[in-house]
Every structure is written in structure tokens, then in C-alpha cells.
Ligand binder design. Structure first.
Ligand SMILES: C=Cc1c(C(=O)O)[nH]c(=O)[nH]c1=O
Length: 309
């Protein structure tokens, strides 16, 4: 059974990635992830120009079937991550994630990447739901289109986009029509489901401090939305644009479902945070067992072949 995957011309020994933000913020986390045998690639925490503490605590809370977070983009700053992916002992392909606080900041970070010796993949996060006062750019179709036009005027290295979930088939049509105009290496869908709410009935209180308790929803409860977004975008995007499926993966079965919907690679977020790096080995092995039982030898045997009723 072969789990090898690729995004454009970058080969990965298996399809599993950490979701940006999970186990990828500090040097220690990055080193552990880089040396982990069961993840095929490494995605960095979305970087801003300067390091940030992020939102006040508590800003993460486990839910019965997932998580809610309002981290607020805590990170070591862009230069730290650029140095890490260009200087450290690279054992696996990397995806450098960036999230400027404005279009100007995004363009500035991309110019720095373009002018650097970094040869890996880059991912522009247009979907962070937790920066106070900052909208999720990818819900503004005109601004997203304008941003991509300005980016591809100068950026020539592989670039993907991290999208928020969409909930209307017309929105899938609109965003796909925009994305198909650009030579993207990939789309990563979904980011957390923005601005959910969890209530502690005992205390009669929200569970997160920032933003009055509103936060992004992830984990098992996000799987149906994640599968819908992977499927809808695979049906609409040019074949040249690969898809990283993110959201709700807790088992080999969930990873199988993402690939069936069209995912080229699969990210693990909440489950990785809750279980630790062992999640990669477990989910890897579960997927291999499922493929063996079904007589599949490679992911291409079933990728995107979801049947309709
Ligand atoms: C980069 C900020 C993000 C954050 C965050 O740092 O609050 N949380 C998410 O669930 N998704 C994000 O994209």
C-alpha cells in the first residue's frame, strides 16, 4: 500500500500533514514534527511580520466532539519561520504559512519569500477567524480576486490558499471561478468554522476570553463541512489545483473519506492537538488497513471517486 502524495511537483512520502497552527509554532514543536516518521510534510503556524502573543487566555477549549479556539495568531514572527524552513535539517517538504494583518503585509511577506532562497511551498491564509476586528478575507470575493491578481504579478514560487468553509453552492461557484484564474499549487480547505460559541452551563459562561467567547470550531464536528468543501471545490477547480483536505480527521476512515472527496493530502488539527504526534501513526495505520481490506494499492485508486446515489 502506497500513501505517497504530491502537491504540484513536490513529493510527500505520505498524505498526512499537521493543520497549520497545531504542533508547529515553537522551535521545539517544529523539530519534533520534522523528525516525526508518520507525517509526510510540515506546515508552519501562520506567520505575521512580527512575533505576536495573540489573544488573552483562555483561548482554546476542548469540546465533546471537537474544539473551539480564538488563539489570535500567536507566532514567532515571519523571519523565524522563513529561517526554519530554509536552514534547519529538512527531512520532509514544508509549507510556509503566512497571514498578514492586511493586503499590504501579505504582499510584503510574499515579496520576501520570492526574493529568498526558500524553494518549498507557501500557503496564504485568507481565513483566520480570530484576529479581533479583521474579517476573513476569503469571504470577500472581490478583495480576494484583487489580492490574487496583485500576488501573481510577481510571485513565481508554488503558492496555495487556506480557505474558510463555505456554506452555499453559489459561493463554491464564485470562489472556484476566481481561483481558476490563477496558477495556484493548491487550495487548503477548510480552516476552522468561524465564530462558533460554547457555553459552560454550570458557570453560565462562555469558555473563551477573547471576542466575548466567539471562536473557530474544529475537530470531529467539522467533518461534514470539511468533506462538503473538499468535494465541492474538487468538482469546480481546475485539475492543476491540488486540494489539501483539512477538518474533522480523527481516524483512517475520515482520511479515506477526504481522499474519496478529492483530497490530495490530508491535515490533522484538533485530533493532533488532543492526542499528540502518535495520531499520525495511528491514523496512517488505520488508513492502510482500510485500503488493504478494499484492495486498493494507492490513493489514486479511489481519490475523487465518491459515488452518488
Ligand atoms: C491564523 C490564525 C488562525 C487561528 C488563530 O491563530 O486564532 N485559529 C484558527 O482556527 N485558524 C486560523 O487561521
Amino acid at each position: 500500500v502506497d500513501l505517497s502524495s504530491k502537491i504540484q511537483n513536490t513529493q510527500f512520502k505520505n498524505l498526512f500533514l499537521n493543520a497549520s497552527g497545531i504542533h508547529c509554532q515553537s522551535k521545539k514543536e517544529l523539530e519534533e514534527l520534522m523528525n516525526d516518521h508518520y507525517s509526510g510534510g510540515l506546515v508552519t503556524k501562520s506567520a505575521t511580520p512580527n512575533s505576536r502573543f495573540g489573544n488573552p487566555l483562555p483561548r482554546y477549549h476542548s469540546l465533546p466532539a471537537g474544539s473551539i479556539n480564538s488563539m489570535g495568531l500567536p507566532n514567532e514572527g515571519f523571519q523565524f519561520y522563513l529561517d526554519y524552513v530554509t536552514h534547519s535539517n529538512i527531512q520532509k517538504p514544508t509549507i510556509l504559512s503566512i497571514a498578514g494583518m492586511s493586503k499590504e503585509e501579505d504582499l510584503e511577506l510574499l515579496h520576501q519569500i520570492q526574493d529568498s532562497k526558500y524553494q518549498g511551498l507557501t500557503e496564504l491564509n485568507l481565513s483566520c477567524p480570530n484576529v479581533i476586528g479583521k474579517p476573513q478575507m476569503a469571504y470577500d470575493f472581490a478583495s480576494s480576486n484583487q489580492m490574487l491578481k496583485e500576488i501573481f504579478a510577481f510571485f513565481k514560487k508554488p503558492l496555495g490558499i487556506k480557505l474558510p468553509p463555505y456554506f452555499d453552492l453559489v459561493h463554491f461557484d464564485k470562489i472556484a471561478k476566481i481561483l481558476n484564474q490563477y496558477p495556484l499549487s493548491h487550495v487548503n480547505t477548510i480552516n476552522s468554522i468561524g465564530n462558533g460559541m460554547w457555553v459552560d452551563v454550570e458557570k453560565e459562561s462562555v469558555v473563551l476570553k477573547p471576542k466575548g467567547g466567539f471562536g473557530g470550531i474544529g475537530g470531529a464536528i467539522a467533518l461534514p463541512t470539511a468533506l462538503a468543501n473538499v468535494r465541492a471545490l474538487r468538482q469546480r477547480l481546475n485539475a492543476s489545483i491540488n486540494i489539501i483536505g483539512t477538518g474533522g480527521v480523527t481516524s483512517g476512515k475520515d482520511a479515506f473519506a477526504h481522499v474519496l472527496c478529492g483530497a490530495n493530502m490530508v491535515s490533522i488539527g484538533t485530533q493532533l492537538y488532543e492526542e499528540g504526534l502518535g495520531a499520525f501513526q495511528r491514523i496512517n495505520n488505520e488508513l492502510i488497513e482500510i485500503m488493504k481490506a478494499k484492495g486498493y494499492h494507492s490513493l489514486d485508486d479511489f481519490r475523487g471517486k465518491l459515488k452518488e446515489q
